[in-house]
Design a protein around this ligand. Structure first.
Ligand code: FAD
Ligand code: SF4
Ligand code: SF4
Length: 496
């Protein structure tokens, strides 16, 4: 498989396949024999110097060929593996027929933001993990590319310049506050507005979108796509109040007492970075991935000519961690001009929680992986500027509670990695402000808000969902939680 498949060549090949299949009734065997369609992508040597989207997206011809690979399984195991239960065979058959508008309508019944999920969902562990085609070919990689097809139908609408003019429902006279504008908050706001409530989203940052705006980089999820979804939400009548930190700007209970809200949804995410707690972590040149990515994405520090926000320009960068956040930080560091970027991970590639595609893309762009290694301390000069990182080597022992084999230190294996910046990407914890300022809201030991099966917290008329409940999870799970809570709030307010 080429690592930067040319879009025109792939389109031409797909057109030939389509011509060959025209007017043919396809058996399951014929469908399985259709070659999986590769995703066209920017050349790694070029893209590591720009912020443009890496994966270019299917052409119409490729989308139709890929859709023809679907067997339309009666049991549709893929649907059960999608957290929001999209009618996957239903939308894919429409793609195969070239009825893209109808395909998108089917997707939108379950997923409000398909252009986003089609790009960032970890499909290999969700919908595509159970695809019958992948199983028949004994290769997860050869499963029907459900996410890419979902992205395609959403992008088609955008390319055609179409947008829904929503029919606004009659007003209920009820007011709902949504705290946080990440995927959980936005999904909740959409469903609440569609029920006729007056919805205000309060967001602490100066831009809405949560991690989709400040965390996931432009080269994976163009911000224009997220902004478009937010504009659609405003057309539904949702008000977005920015630079408004609930718990500081306004106490949670005052949203009821002073502002007259009838219910509140809390979707404040897991934006509190974890650190390693090792010597040298406070040196100049050590960052949390959150800070590094926020400077680059939200403050547009990568746009050196126009941005006011400074970013540390390092030449040799170590990124600690093996998840999506680590991959994003490493690939951003390359784009910010680093000559060498090392991902230091204490297990092996097999145990990495990052999406497979992101790991492959990072490797193609020149990120070097140091597996079975971890930082012991960070070294610095007399001005406390990072000059290196002392590492230890590891082997894998018995599986831990997560089922992954635990890393075990190799005694005496200390060695130094020559770096001038370290980015810590070992995970995030729940945003602490609301629990701290509302001690009666029940939380777990890790600070995640506890909810019942309807999304309700221990406080009356206060619901919660997304990372603040689940811990650092995924965009689609956060959206699903937002929708569940919105349905419960709609039910609650219908009865009052
Ligand atoms: P968030 O997206 O965190 O949004 C919460 C919002 O609430 C933020 O905007 C925050 O500013 C605001 N807020 C917090 N406290 C307050 C307050 N007191 N008052 C007002 N506003 C407040 N998931 C995937 O599925 N695929 C990926 O590829 C992927 N990559 C990721 C890459 C990175 C770098 C990161 C950090 C995460 C990634 N994730 C990915 C995880 C995913 O982004 C999150 O699971 C998801 O965004 C959680 O949504 P949320 O709405 O719960 O919270
Ligand atoms: Fe199509 Fe795969 Fe789903 Fe079957 S499991 S309906 S082949 S996408
Ligand atoms: Fe797959 Fe995510 Fe789309 Fe569900 S929302 S079908 S898991 S890409």
């Amino acid at each position: 498989m080429s690592n930067h498949p040319d879009a025109e060549v792939l389109k031409k090949n797909a057109a030939e396949i389509l011509a060959g299949l025209k007017d043919k009734t396809l058996s399951a065997r014929d469908r399985i024999a259709i070659p999986p369609q590769e995703m066209p992508a920017q050349d790694p040597k070029v893209r590591c110097h720009n912020m443009g989207e890496v994966a270019v997206g299917y052409s119409e011809e490729q989308a139709r060929v890929e859709a023809l690979r679907c067997l339309q399984c009666k049991t549709a195991p893929c649907v059960a593996s999608c957290p929001v239960k999209i009618n996957i065979p239903g939308f894919i058959v429409k793609v195969a027929e070239g009825r893209f508008d109808e395909a998108l309508s089917i997707v939108r019944q379950s997923n409000l933001f398909p252009a986003i999920c089609g790009r960032v969902c970890p499909q290999e562990v969700q919908c595509q993990s159970t695809c019958t085609v992948g199983k028949s070919l004994k290769s997860l990689e050869k499963a029907v590319s459900i996410g890419r097809l979902e992205r395609f139908v959403a992008d088609e609408e955008r390319r055609a310049g179409k947008s829904d003019s929503p029919v606004l429902p009659p007003k209920t006279g009820k007011k709902v506050a949504v705290v946080g504008s990440g995927p959980a908050g936005l999904a909740a706001a959409a469903d609440l507005a569609k029920a006729g409530h007056a919805v205000t989203v309060f967001e602490g940052f100066h831009k809405p979108g949560g991690v989709m705006i400040y965390g996931i980089p432009e080269f994976r999820l163009p911000k224009e796509i997220v902004s478009r979804e937010i504009e659609a939400l405003k057309k539904l009548g949702v008000t977005i109040d920015l630079n408004f930190l609930v718990g500081r700007t306004r106490a949670l209970k005052d949203l009821f007492k002073k502002d007259g809200f009838d219910a509140i949804f809390v979707g404040t995410g897991a934006g509190l970075p974890k650190f390693m707690d090792i010597p040298g972590e406070n040196m100049v040149g050590v960052f949390s991935a959150n800070e590094y990515l926020t400077r680059s994405n939200l403050m547009k520090a990568y746009d050196r000519e126009h941005a006011d926000t400074p970013i540390f320009h390092a030449k040799r960068v170590a990124v600690l961690g093996g998840g999506n956040v680590a991959m994003d930080a490493a690939r951003t560091a390359l784009r910010m001009g680093a000559d060498k970027v090392y991902v230091v991970y204490r297990r092996t590639e097999k145990e990495m929680p990052a999406r497979v595609e992101e790991v492959i893309h990072a490797g193609e762009e020149g990120v070097e992986f140091h597996f079975l290694e971890n930082a012991k301390r960070i070294l610095g000069d007399e001005k406390n500027r990072v000059t290196g990182m002392e590492c230890l080597s590891y082997t894998l022992g018995e599986p831990d509670a997560s089922g992954r084999r635990s890393p075990v230190v190799v005694e005496g294996s200390e060695h130094v990695l020559d770096v001038d910046a370290v980015i810590v990407a070992i995970g995030n914890e729940s945003a602490p402000l609301l629990p701290q300022t509302n001690p009666d809201i029940a939380v777990t030991r890790r600070g995640n808000i506890i909810v019942d099966e309807t999304g309700k917290t221990s406080l009356d008329n206060v619901y919660a969902g997304g990372d603040i409940v689940l811990g650092a999870a995924t965009v689609i799970l956060a959206m699903g939680e937002g929708r569940r809570a919105a349905a419960s709030i709609n039910k609650l307010l219908a009865g009052t």
